[in-house]
Ligand binder design. Structure first.
Ligand SMILES: NC(=O)c1ccc[n+]([C@@H]2O[C@H](COP(=O)([O-])OP(=O)(O)OC[C@H]3O[C@@H](n4cnc5c(N)ncnc54)[C@H](O)[C@@H]3O)[C@@H](O)[C@H]2O)c1
Length: 329
């Protein structure tokens, strides 16, 4: 039984709290959040201890592992403190908004890298797991094109966006990890985008982006992002190779379709947002973390994977701003 604490009791902290509380091989013992009442509200509903002092997590003798769910700017300090205190860590994405800070983190956890995992949850979505297994089995041959569509139902408020490093480091980072997971390393990055939504251009960000990533062998991944989408949370992947293509489709509220005078093939709406769409992925991610830590194996994705995704985000940001193609060394 792995005994866990959560740092940060916000949106994703609450997802992890529920997932851990219902996992047969995990025990949630402590939730920490510096904002008065935030940890206790969540802890009370689950029946675990709460604290407003983050340091209590590191000193707690009954905590084996920490799930870092705080705002991104705190991740590196909290990963380093938890590892120094002998805890394993599952940290939310991104590791940080700066490659230099990720490198500081890597230096600080040297020798313990195998005890830190980054929460790129989409790798654990059942559809993605199957897609990857079938690509690896050679069903469609060596990939030539990969298309990732990732559109959110609605943009977060500007006060969230202004602190999160822009669309590529905050949102596309999931897709950069997926691109690396399915296609490997890239040598060139091109990107363009625009701010269509009121308030986003004003903070120097964009809300709609297209990125192309090219591998050394000429395969191309295209990522299509939007911060808003009238149809809801739009999450699709198509992998294309010489022997065919494989697709993961959107999940819907119902698999039953309506056919009638108003339309045919009318299915239910897409699942509302990441909490619902990736519910299984968060559970599978936790499974993987627990199994790896308890067996002494290195969990994936690692902090180095987090660094790889961030390098692509930085390159895309530069490519979009400079209207150029950026080469990855
Ligand atoms: N993997 C995913 O699907 C996913 C989804 C959403 C968010 N995230 C990531 O999770 C992180 C948190 O995002 P969120 O949407 O839950 O944010 P949020 O604002 O809803 O919650 C953050 C929580 O952290 C608390 N907090 C503030 N300062 C803190 C500190 N110094 N130490 C600990 N806690 C602190 C806040 O009080 C709040 O309760 C971000 O890095 C984000 O990128 C990942």
């Amino acid at each position: 039984m792995l005994r866990l604490a959560i740092i940060g009791a916000g949106r994703i902290g609450q997802v992890h709290a529920k997932t851990i509380a219902s996992h047969p091989a995990a025990e949630l013992v402590l939730i920490a959040d510096p904002v008065a009442g935030a940890a206790s509200r969540v802890a009370k509903s689950i029946g675990v201890r709460a604290t407003g002092t983050i340091d209590e997590v590191y000193s707690a003798a009954d905590v084996d592992a920490v799930v870092v769910c705080s705002p991104t700017k705190h991740h590196v300090d909290q990963i380093m403190a938890a590892v120094a205190a002998g805890k394993a860590v599952l940290t939310e994405k991104p590791v940080d908004l700066s490659v230099e800070r990720v490198d500081q983190c890597l230096a600080a956890i040297a020798g313990n890298e195998h005890r830190v995992m980054v929460g790129f949850n989409r790798r654990f979505d059942p559809g993605v797991v199957e897609l990857k297994a079938r690509i690896d089995a050679g069903e469609i041959g060596a990939l030539r094109q990969l298309t990732i569509v990732s559109r959110d139902p609605a943009a977060p408020p500007a006060n969230y966006l202004i602190n999160n490093g822009g669309i590529f480091r905050d949102m596309t980072i999931h897709d950069f990890d997926m691109a690396r997971f399915l296609l490997g390393d890239f040598v060139e990055v091109a990107a363009s985008g625009h701010a269509f939504i009121d308030g986003i251009g004003e903070i120097g960000d964009i809300d709609t982006a297209t990125v192309t990533l090219t591998t050394a062998s000429g395969a191309v991944c295209t990522i299509l992002n939007s911060r808003e989408c009238a149809a809801g949370y739009d999450q699709r992947i198509e992998a294309f190779g010489p022997k065919g293509s494989l697709e993961t489709a959107n999940l819907r509220s119902t698999g039953v379709q309506f056919n009638g005078p108003a339309g045919t093939g009318v299915a239910g709406p897409y699942l509302p947002f990441f909490l619902e769409r990736y519910a299984h992925a968060y559970t599978n991610e936790l499974d993987h973390f627990i199994t790896a830590i308890e067996s002494g194996q290195a969990p994936k994705p690692s902090v180095l994977d987090g660094r790889g995704a961030l390098l692509l985000a930085d390159a895309a940001d530069e490519a979009a701003k400079q209207h150029t193609v950026v080469t990855i060394a």
